[in-house]
Design a protein around this ligand. Sequence first.
Ligand SMILES: *Cc1c(COP(=O)(O)O)cnc(C)c1O
Length: 388
Amino acid sequence: MSLIASKFESILPSQTLAITAAAKKMRSEGQDITSFGAGEPDFDTPQFIKDAAIEALQEGHTKYTPATGIPELKEAIQAKLLTENGIEYDTSQISINCGAKHSCYNAILATCDPEDEVIIPAPYWTSYPEMVRLAGAEPYVVETKRENGWKITAEEFEESISGRTRMLILNSPNNPTGAVYTEDEIKALVEVAEQEDIIILSDEIYEKLTYNGKKHISTAAVNEAAKNLTITINGFSKVYSMTGWRLGYTAAPEEIAGAISKIQSHTTSNPTSFAQYGALAALHGEQSIIQDMVEEYDMRRQYMLSRFKSINNIDVVEPDGAFYFLVDTTKMGLNSMNLTEKLLSRYQVAAVPGCAFGYDMSVRFSYATSLDIIKKGLDRFEDFCRAH
Ligand SMILES: *Cc1c(COP(=O)(O)O)cnc(C)c1O
């Protein structure tokens, strides 16, 4: 007798964890490991946000809240989506969830039946296909091209549609590629989605982290049709360095918002009460703190780009957003597990293998780490590349 549900037979454990665990072990044994593995900001949560949560605790905000969050925070999110993203939502369309990861899962669970297919452009964020499987639906992975900047084109999207296609997952700025879709590119995708009645899950968690003057465009903002078929997802983890707080949100057509509210009321009850007051302070507070972080990321990004460009057996596409480089290692002819294991054991550099993102001949370098570590780590990586 199997003790677990059959759906878990096809669910993979997080492949990024193996390298992280190995790196941790080596570090505890005294080895000097430089890590590019981080999927979270290296900055602390700003003090005024912490203070607001502490105050909320002191004031007794320690009980259940409404299932989809406190009204004040919904109103602040509503105002943010209107003024910054140009999308008009009613507060009843907004649900606050336990991290944007939870928002993505709720959105898939609320909309996908077994047999439904979800189109996921690769390289993708490692959790999307597994979330789709957990919801009982089927991921349909579409490989994007490096020469297209790792973005799915409207033609590729159209060719991937079957009678069972239910959803397209769009993530811009993208983890792991750093790709940022333009308004025209999004419009072309929306046109296809509208024709074929396909929902778009738009994961916009990295919206504020863009460089080179590139602007983030919200899918739901491009026109009315887009708004009617899009689930907008965002959160507090990346932009306010609040990964441990577990707060994200969805804004969606009324029907979908209703289903998400039901899921949440029966599973998590609500996002953590006092954490929501911290998020409220984050949205009401001085936003210039974000600009300082973006400038720091951009400086690291430019440094890494120049280093990567000087190495001739790898390829990179300049990332316009997020805080990652996806280094294409096709020319080296090593698959990503081999490459990252060697890189770690012989050169003391930890990075995430591309197989975790559905593109095996690559490795992801995060720049959510200090410039000193980046410099030291890239010296070692360069030695590794020279030797292969
Ligand atoms: C980090 C991340 C998230 C989720 O962040 P939470 O900590 O759950 O809010 C969602 N999507 C992508 C692409 C991410 O990289």
